[in-house]
Design a protein around this ligand. Structure first.
Ligand SMILES: [Zn+2]
Ligand SMILES: [Zn+2]
Length: 481
């Protein structure tokens, strides 16, 4: 048992900010004190084991990244971050909990997939971790297996309207799964893109010689995202199943979510930093890299794809975050190196592994939205920690600085600076051979990171360890209307 006092800072929650000292005993927050309070003694700093000076800084609940894919097998290779390297990078960036996706592929049993993910993660994580369950093959077995998920602490599952033959569910399968989910209280997460139509478009582009990464974005047209989002909402409505649409990138999809929410539906949407900052023209169409030429865009091949800035998708995502038509920002962290991984798709964009690595930079990139006036300081905390906790049944333990909560705390310096990238003096701890965020300069800095009372990052040094992170048994969503 040891005690820790974070003193002099401004505690920021989703609803306000206040000058307060935070007292931690062992793994829990035990008191949030007015500055100068003598209730627990005239000089509390002298009676605790450790003091963190947060003068001039923000004290916020640890980040929760609810969408990550460590070691995900994809397209003949595997996401390059292990649970160890990925969660260490998360800690560096102020994220103290992740929710990863256990995978059932078509033809496999859910129990087998889930056991495999426990095996990969157990004893290897530097921060706490939970799972969603990917249901990649809806059949009698998997519908039955869904009944055991809540007891396993898995209260959300993901379906795919894309990737035929791998994860894809047709409408009949989606309907059956949603009926089951409604009965069990599970939250349905949806990858909403019309995969069969996209695959035809992609083949036609390839056959006409359009093979570079840019055409990944053309094949995955916004109409395919809007249509699938609408279809998912209608199926969810019919089955009275709450719906959470992952990685929203098209402004038309946000409009679909907004319309459903205006009708009072339990319909939610997540976007990711890449859809707020990066674009089809600038990144997928990149030509400038000496090593990779027009294949450089492969660094930013992800699904849903980066979309046209000219068409205003990025602005629409920020707007959706302000109006709460989008509730959360996760990363969809799914890193692949260029060498031996992304380059599998040289000459055929369809074979480029889909994914971007961002787990380390989510808090910084979203804080930049505070600096530029896109969102408020409180909304920053809400989008990155409090709502993820409520959405996925962790609130109270996570997502808030209050007595009784886990001591997952970040001291964030608004006067600090972070240079993202691979070079000298830059920040990048993910297991990748490039950064999708090279050259991004952040007005702000993650100074101290505490996970269940243990200081993981301080003074630019990592003090954590693989195995510190514990499995999170999640409750039912606390966000439903
Ligand atoms: Zn997806
Ligand atoms: Zn994903």
């Amino acid at each position: 048992m040891s005690t820790l006092l974070i003193t002099g800072g401004t505690v920021v929650s989703s609803t306000g900010r206040t000058a307060a000292d935070v007292l931690v005993d062992d793994e829990l927050i035990v008191a949030v004190l007015a500055p100068g309070s003598t209730l627990l003694g005239s000089d509390l700093t002298a009676s605790v084991d450790r003091v963190v000076d947060a003068t001039g800084k923000y004290v916020i609940p640890g980040g929760i990244d609810a969408h990550t894919h460590m070691q995900l097998p994809f397209g003949g290779t595997e996401a390059s971050d292990t649970f160890e390297t990925g969660t260490i990078a998360a800690a560096w960036g102020g994220t103290t909990s992740i929710i990863d996706f256990a995978v059932q592929t078509t033809g496999q049993r859910i129990e087998t997939g889930l056991a495999a993910w426990h095996e990969k993660a157990a004893g290897n994580c530097a921060v706490d971790y939970g799972f969603h369950q990917i249901v990649g093959g809806v059949d009698e077995h998997s519908l039955k297996a869904m009944e055991t998920l809540v007891d396993e602490g898995i209260t959300s599952y993901k379906l795919f309207m894309a990737y035929p033959g791998v994860f894809y569910s047709d409408d009949a399968q989606i309907l059956k799964a949603m009926q089951k989910a409604a009965e069990l209280g599970l939250l349905t997460m949806m990858h909403a893109e019309n995969g069969p139509a996209i695959d035809v478009l992609a083949e036609q582009l390839y056959n006409s010689g359009k093979t570079t990464p840019y055409f990944h974005g053309i094949a995955r047209a916004w109409q395919m995202e809007e249509e699938a989002t609408h279809r998912a909402i209608m199926l969810a409505d019919l089955t009275e199943s709450p719906l959470y649409v992952v990685h929203v990138s098209a402004k038309q999809a946000v409009a679909q979510l907004a319309a459903a929410r205006d009708r009072g539906k339990n319909v939610f949407g997540e976007t990711c930093p890449q859809y707020l900052y990066l674009s089809l023209e600038e990144q997928l169409g990149a030509q400038g890299d000496k090593t990779w030429g027009d294949f450089e865009g492969a660094k930013w091949v992800c699904s849903t794809p980066l979309r046209s800035r000219e068409d205003g998708h990025q602005d629409a995502m920020w707007q959706g975050l302000r109006t709460n038509d989008l509730q959360m920002v996760s990363t969809d962290h799914c890193p692949f190196c260029m060498k031996d991984q992304k380059e599998l798709g040289k000459g055929d964009f369809r074979a480029i592994p889909n994914g971007i690595g961002s787990i380390e930079h989510r808090l910084d990139l979203m804080y930049q939205g505070v600096v530029t006036g896109e969102i408020t300081l409180e909304r920053w905390v809400e989008l990155t920690s409090t709502t993820p906790a409520r959405m996925f049944g962790l609130y109270g333990t996570k997502g808030v600085i209050a007595p009784g909560a886990d001591a997952d705390i970040v001291v964030y310096d608004p006067h600090g600076h972070t240079s993202i990238g691979m070079g000298e003096g830059r920040t990048h701890h993910m297991n990748m051979d490039h950064s999708a965020w090279e050259g991004y300069e952040i007005d702000g800095h993650v100074d101290v990171v505490v996970s269940r009372g243990s200081v993981l990052v301080e003074n630019g040094e990592f003090h954590g360890r693989a195995g510190h992170g514990q499995y999170l048994r999640r409750g039912l969503s606390q966000y439903l209307v």
